[in-house]
Design a protein around this ligand. Structure first.
Ligand SMILES: *Cc1c(COP(=O)(O)O)cnc(C)c1O
Length: 311
């Protein structure tokens, strides 16, 4: 995606901190902050520095991310899902502990203190939870002291707990979706989007406002009045909700680099159209886009250049 120079993305790092503090308070266990995909679009460098003192570790997709975000500088460890067998030394230099789910990787990465990834239903990136003898061999091969699963249900957490019972491993399973359920917390929680809720505000000014005459745009939409903003699908925007002058409105049509929004008599050129924030959250956008809140947040954060406030 291309960032539009006409969209302001404001990231409130003190809100990310408050979210982290609230998670710590509610769960009472250490926090592994998921900052993969550039912290869901908010900026992993900035986010990691803002919450480093609150977290036990960071979680990223691969070793390249850990390096790109310079996470070693935070003096916290990072868990990386995808690490090559040859990268044990790079892991140590970057304070990364790699996830593993086969014997060969576990022994190749032994010196980097690998962490076992158990699959409880996603059917990717993990050893199947029922393969207990394989699990035992991987644990031995990597002298493993920690295990995790990417659970979406409590039943998956329970299957994970049974598979690792009596092995005195540190265990974590819960992302944001399971935080409400105490029984999923185990020895740490590993949320992503719960850290970022309410922290991003995305706006773009109205550059034109028109009384709509007959069918307009490419789609021939009709409205009483419409405005134009300078963000389109090349920036990641889609048809959905927005807010104008504190009022709920909608994006009527999205072009390559501009979009039509529904206006009233109260709206004029220069007025701000809010695409995220001001009472419009990523859940509402995700619903309109028929996707996950994670995807909505990522796309909206990528619409324009980011600026940071706090802490
Ligand atoms: C992305 C991810 C998470 C965080 O998911 P959220 O639903 O955003 O909290 C946790 N664990 C793993 C392994 C992940 O890949």
């Amino acid at each position: 995606m291309i960032r539009s120079s006409h969209v302001a993305v404001r990231v409130d790092l003190s809100r990310v901190r408050r979210n982290a503090q609230a998670i710590l308070q509610a769960t009472g266990v250490p926090l592994i902050a998921v900052v993969k995909a550039d912290a869901y679009g908010l900026g992993a460098r900035q986010v990691s520095r803002a919450i480093a003192d609150l977290v036990e570790s960071f979680y990223v997709f691969d070793l390249q991310e850990a390096q790109a975000y310079d996470l070693a500088q935070t003096a916290r460890r990072t868990i990386a899902l995808l690490v090559q067998a040859k990268d044990a030394d790079a892991c140590k230099a970057l304070r990364v502990q790699p996830a593993v789910w086969n014997e060969a990787s576990a022994s190749a990465l032994l010196s980097a203190r690998p962490i076992l990834s158990i699959d409880t239903g996603q059917q990717r990136f993990g050893v199947p939870v029922h393969e207990t003898s394989t699990i035992d061999r991987i644990l031995a091969a990597g002298r493993i002291e920690e295990a995790f699963t990417h659970a979406t249900t409590i039943a998956q957490v329970q299957a994970f707990e049974r598979a690792v019972a009596d092995r005195s491993l540190k265990r974590h399973a819960a992302g944001s979706g399971l935080l409400e359920d105490q029984s999923s917390h185990l020895d740490a929680v590993r949320p992503g989007i719960a850290l970022y809720r309410g922290a991003v505000n995305v706006t773009s000014p109205l550059v034109e406002v028109h009384e709509t005459r007959g069918p307009a745009g490419y789609s021939g939409f009709t409205a009483r009045r419409h405005g134009i903003i300078l963000a389109g699908y090349s920036n990641g925007l889609r048809v959905g909700p927005c807010r104008i002058n504190g009022r709920a409105s909608r994006i009527l049509e999205v072009g390559m680099q501009s979009a039509f929004v529904e206006c009233t008599e109260a709206d004029a050129v220069g007025g701000d159209v809010t695409l995220l924030g001001d009472g419009l959250d990523e859940m509402a956008v995700a619903q309109a886009w028929q996707t996950s809140p994670q995807e909505a947040l990522f796309r909206l954060s990528g619409l324009g250049e980011r600026t940071y406030i706090g802490p």
